[in-house]
Design a protein around this ligand. Structure first.
Ligand code: FES
Ligand code: FES
Length: 164
């Protein structure tokens, strides 16, 4: 069957098997290997991408179901050479060690900040509760998200002042 979807702003049409999962479409067909593949049973969250702006575990979505929709992956987070604040937060606060969980964490945490720009520790923990990190112990991930929240708020204030 043929599927057409927009990934990180580019439209792709490809011939696929109907049973192909979105995670495999992204990695194996489009070569977007930033999205990781871990458990394949919806437990680890390393495969999280956005489908029409909502984080989804791409191992639970058929590629065919994403047809006609917008997908965003970790490759679509940065603005050219400029990291998204959530990526910068993970960099500044050591929110990763091996990095295997990181693409999914970034996509979930970016979505959290988009709907809640000032999340509490509890809200961050709840947001990432469907995701497993075997390295960081989560504390540095939470610090990373708070770093991004504070820096985005400061940047917004500076912009307001500059425009006043
Ligand atoms: S690979 Fe999708 S949740 Fe683990
Ligand atoms: S940084 Fe290694 S699993 Fe999260």
């Amino acid at each position: 069957m043929q599927v057409t979807m927009t990934v990180n702003g580019t439209e792709y049409t490809r011939e696929i098997e109907g049973r192909m999962l979105l995670v495999h479409f992204l990695r194996d067909v489009l070569g977007l290997t930033g999205t990781h593949w871990g458990c394949d049973t919806s437990n680890c969250g390393v495969c999280v991408v956005w489908l029409d702006g909502e984080p989804v575990k791409s191992c639970t979505v058929l590629a065919a179901m994403a047809g006609g929709h917008e997908v965003r992956t970790v490759e679509g987070l940065a603005n050219g050479a400029e990291l998204d604040p959530i990526q910068e937060g993970f960099r500044q606060c050591h929110g990763l060690q091996c990095g295997f969980c990181t693409p999914g964490m970034l996509m979930t945490c970016r979505a959290l900040l988009d709907r809640n720009p000032d999340p509490t520790e509890g809200e961050i923990r709840e947001a990432i509760s469907g995701q497993i990190c075997r390295c960081t112990g989560y504390s540095s991930i939470i610090r990373s998200v708070r770093w991004a929240a504070v820096h985005e708020a400061n940047a917004a204030k500076e912009e307001e002042v500059a425009q006043a």
